[in-house]
Design a protein around this ligand. Structure first.
Ligand code: ADP
Length: 250
């Protein structure tokens, strides 16, 4: 016979549910519970204060909690042990204590989300909407890119054309010297874009969600009474890969 005391956090913040499970150890699995005793322990005043402080200031380190309570850190050791064991508080090195019910962003997430499109974008390659498919292909090769952004007069974004869009039209044996690029482009408002202020993570997520290779970086523009988007850069899978490589540098 084995007795296993287990703690479970309760929704009520000032109680801990202590559950003592007795099961037959010879059988070796938890299906053989013989007895289960539930004890409710009331938190001490100080433990309640700790929870309140962490709720308001978390993540917060033990020393700062001790300062706020006017005691030394060592005095609180048993309280921290109980509250973390009970699953009410969580502790992370160099971060401190936080409520177990609250999700705090990991350091990686914070770093990644702090990377801005503005710092990682490349120069965009744009062509005017009336150039031929042939000229667009030449442009693609000369600029060594996989996607072209199509603009109208005044630099307003009208669409995008990818490598496969161009391959498709070539395979269809159309006269690529005559067909203007805007016939085959994916056009606004279906073009997925980002702004320079967006995080690189948001850009990467859009690339993944929309299964595309490139995003024009845009800003609002007003031309001849028409509102539109001006292309000021591009984010491609290569930019994301470079950022990823940089993140791994010691
Ligand atoms: P490829 O077609 O060469 O694999 P993509 O995956 O980027 O390149 O493009 C897939 C399709 O999505 C193409 O038809 C293309 O016109 C379109 N597309 C590419 N980029 C975007 C974008 N930013 N927003 C909307 N559509 C896009």
């Amino acid at each position: 016979m084995t007795i296993i005391p287990k703690f479970f956090p309760l929704k009520m913040v000032n109680y801990i549910l202590k559950c003592v499970i007795v099961y037959d150890s010879n059988v070796g699995n938890n299906d053989n519970i013989i007895e289960c005793e539930v004890v409710i322990i009331r938190l001490t005043k100080r433990q309640e204060q700790i929870i309140k402080i962490v709720e308001e200031h978390g993540p917060i380190i033990g020393e700062d909690i001790a300062d706020l309570l006017g005691v030394v850190r060592a005095t609180l050791r048993p309280d921290f042990a109980l509250l973390t064991k009970a699953g009410l508080l969580k502790a992370r090195p160099r971060v401190g204590y936080y409520l177990a019910s609250k999700k705090i962003p990991s350091q990686t997430a914070e770093t990644v989300k702090g990377m801005k499109v503005a710092d990682w974008k490349s120069a965009p390659v744009v062509v005017e909407e009336n150039v031929t498919v042939y000229d667009a292909i030449v442009n693609l090769f000369l600029n060594d890119v996989g996607t072209l952004y199509i603009i109208s007069e005044g630099g307003i974004l009208e669409g995008v054309v990818s490598r496969k869009d161009l391959l498709k039209i070539v395979l269809g044996q159309a006269d690529i010297h005559k067909i203007p690029i805007n016939v085959i482009m994916t056009r606004m408002p279906n073009v997925v874009t980002v702004t320079a202020d967006d995080s690189l993570w948001e850009a990467a997520k859009k690339l993944v969600d929309h299964e595309i290779d490139s995003l024009p970086v845009v800003q609002p523009i007003f031309h001849n009474g028409r509102e539109g988007l001006e292309v000021i850069g591009r984010i491609t899978k290569s930019n994301i890969t470079k950022a990823f490589v940089e993140l791994g540098v010691d």
